[in-house]
Design a protein. Structure first.
Length: 213
């Protein structure tokens, strides 16, 4: 069980051991993460959500429709950095359906100022804040941001990539996940053409549900 070490903004921050299988992420360093909220969320089947910043209206609409369906799957949680515009929209949709959510952050938790809604969801056991950055980390670096997205993929049982246009970091991350043998799904759309050609599978409620089972 994690032992609270600090209290910030009304919630406890704990240092926890990373789940089994995540050791390569730490490159030989102690496999520890920092969390705030109910760590039992990590025991659920985690669906990672990734999206590039570039997205068109058609793909955004189809992504929203799929996310509304996925929100009704039982015993799963959603994990992301919730950083790009489409990830932020995904967070809005999922939060409205009271699902379990993991926020992967690229900064120390004692430097994160959540909204009142997020605070309430932490206290209700519906949100877990998680980061690889220790409480001593002073600033957000590009490396920390990149590692955040790799942490999302490392923890996710299945990855849903909403948008991965050619040349995007999301495409490269998704390809990396495929090389690791991670199930990767994406919507069939011209912006995701390269990812589908790389081996990603077509994303539907049925295919993702089957993968998570």
């Amino acid at each position: 069980m994690p032992v609270p070490k600090y209290m910030v903004e009304g919630y406890d921050i704990s240092e926890i051991s990373a789940p089994t299988g995540l050791e390569p992420f730490f490159h030989g360093k102690p496999p520890n993460l920092w969390s705030a909220g109910d760590t039992a969320i990590l025991d659920r089947r985690l669906l990672g959500i990734i999206s590039a910043r570039r997205i068109d209206s058609d793909l955004a609409l189809r992504s929203s429709q799929l996310l509304k369906q996925l929100a009704f799957l039982e015993d799963i949680a959603f994990i992301s950095g919730w950083h790009s515009p489409m990830e932020d929209e995904a967070l809005r949709i999922l939060s409205a359906n009271s699902v379990r959510i993991v926020f992967c952050l690229s900064k120390a938790l004692n430097r994160f100022r959540p909204s009142l809604q997020v605070k309430n969801e932490i206290n209700d056991g519906r949100v877990l804040l998680l980061t690889h950055c220790s409480l001593k980390a002073k600033r957000i670096s590009r490396d920390a941001s990149l590692r955040r997205t790799h942490l999302v993929v490392g923890l996710a049982a299945t990855v849903l990539v909403l948008s991965a246009p050619e040349g995007s970091a999301s495409l490269e991350l998704a390809r990396s996940a495929l090389r690791q043998g991670k199930p990767v799904y994406t919507l069939e759309h011209r912006l995701n053409k390269q990812l589908l050609a790389s081996g990603a599978l077509s994303a539907t409620l049925e295919t993702i549900d089957e993968s998570l089972r």
